[in-house]
Design a protein around this ligand. Structure first.
Ligand SMILES: Nc1nc2c(ncn2[C@@H]2O[C@H](COP(=O)(O)OP(=O)(O)OP(=O)(O)O)[C@@H](O)[C@H]2O)c(=O)[nH]1
Ligand SMILES: [Mg+2]
Length: 286
C-alpha cells in the first residue's frame, strides 16, 4: 500500500478510527442479476445504499430480495456520477465505500480499504496497477487510455498514482463537503447531464482530494470480470470526458490557489461539516 502525504487537521483527529460505521454506495443501472449474486457477499456494515438509474430489469426488486435492509434511491439525472452524488447525500456512516454493482469489485477487499483509512489515510484509492492489484476486465484500449490519462494527472497534479480511472475507492464521509459535487437533486436540463454526472466522477473526486492535499493511500485491488450484462462505458467518449475533467480540475485548483494567495488566507483546519465551495478550508494543492 503506497501513500501520499497530506492531512486534514482537526477533522481527522475527531474520527472514530476504532469502530467506524461503514456505508457502501452502489450505483446500478440494469444490474438485477449481478446484484443477486453480489449483495449476499458483502460484509455486515452500517448501511448499503443502492442508487438506481431507472433500470428496467427489476434491479431494485432484485436488490431488496437479496438484501431486505438495503436503502434504495432513484437518481434524478443520468450517469454514474449523478448516482454516486445522490448516494453520498444519503450516507449516515463514517466511511463511504464506492462499490460497483456488476460483480467486478471483490467484496472481500472492503476491509483493505477500511484498514487504510483507519491507519490514517483520508482517501483510500483502489489501484489495479500497483503491486498486488490486477484486472481481468480491462481491455487493451482502455489500459492504454488509462495509462495516458494517469500520466497527465500525475504531471498536472504532481502526484505519483498508478490508476486514475478506477471506481473502487473509499474515504471518510466528513470529507464529502470538500468534494463540492454538483447538486444531485437538481432536475435534468436539456442536456440531461451536468459536468460530473458521468464516468468522469472518479477523476473529479481524485483531483479534488489531491488538490486539497488530503492524505491518499493507494490500495491494491484485483478487478474481476463483469458477471452479467454489458458495460455502460464508452472508451472514447468517456475517455475524452476524463481528459476534459483533468484540465478543468487543474484550472479549478489553480484558481483556488490564486484566490488564497490574493486573500492571504491562513489555512484553517477543516472542521466537521464545514461547507466548502472552493476547497479553501484545506488550502494547498498538491
Ligand atoms: N445509477 C446508475 N448507475 C450507473 C449508471 N451508469 C453506470 N452505472 C453503474 O456504475 C457501475 C460501473 O458501470 P460499468 O458500466 O460497469 O462501467 P465500468 O465498470 O467503468 O466499465 P466495465 O469495466 O466495462 O464494466 C455499475 O454498477 C453500473 O451499473 C447510471 O447512469 N446510473
Ligand atoms: Mg464495470
Amino acid at each position: 500500500m503506497s501513500s501520499h502525504q497530506g492531512g486534514t487537521g482537526d477533522v481527522a483527529g475527531s474520527r472514530d478510527t476504532r469502530d467506524p460505521l461503514i456505508s457502501i454506495v452502489i450505483p446500478a443501472l440494469n444490474e438485477a442479476l449481478n446484484l443477486a449474486a453480489v449483495l449476499p457477499q458483502l460484509p455486515p456494515v452500517h448501511e448499503v445504499i443502492l442508487v438506481d438509474g431507472g433500470s428496467v430489469d427489476g434491479t431494485v426488486r432484485s436488490a431488496r430480495r437479496a438484501m431486505p435492509g438495503i436503502v434504495t434511491v432513484l437518481q434524478r439525472r443520468t450517469g454514474k456520477g449523478n448516482a454516486l452524488a445522490a448516494g453520498f447525500a444519503r450516507v449516515t456512516g463514517d466511511i463511504v465505500v464506492m462499490f460497483d454493482a456488476d460483480g467486478s469489485a471483490d467484496p472481500a477487499e472492503i476491509t483493505r480499504f477500511v484498514e487504510a483509512l483507519k491507519a490514517g489515510a483520508d482517501f483510500a484509492k483502489g489501484s489495479r496497477f500497483t503491486h498486488g492489484g490486477g484486472s481481468s476486465d480491462i481491455t487493451t484500449v482502455r489500459h492504454v487510455g488509462n495509462r495516458f490519462l494517469n500520466l497527465v494527472f500525475n504531471v498536472v497534479f504532481r502526484t505519483r498514482f498508478t490508476d486514475l480511472c478506477y471506481g473502487y475507492n473509499a474515504f471518510w464521509a466528513d470529507l464529502l463537503p470538500l468534494l463540492d459535487l454538483p447538486d444531485h437533486a437538481q432536475p435534468a436540463g436539456r442536456d440531461r447531464m451536468l459536468w460530473g454526472d458521468g464516468f468522469e466522477i472518479e477523476t473529479m473526486i481524485t483531483c479534488r482530494f489531491a488538490a486539497a492535499g488530503v492524505s491518499i493511500a493507494e490500495v491494491p485491488s484485483a478487478e474481476k470480470l463483469r458477471m452479467f450484462g454489458e458495460s455502460n462505458l464508452n472508451a472514447v467518449s468517456d475517455g475524452l470526458r476524463v481528459l476534459r475533467t483533468l484540465f478543468s480540475e487543474w484550472r479549478r485548483a489553480r484558481a483556488t490557489r490564486r484566490l488564497e494567495r490574493s486573500l492571504d488566507v491562513t489555512v484553517a483546519p477543516l472542521t466537521k461539516g464545514t461547507p466548502s465551495a472552493t476547497g479553501l478550508e484545506t488550502g494547498h494543492a498538491a
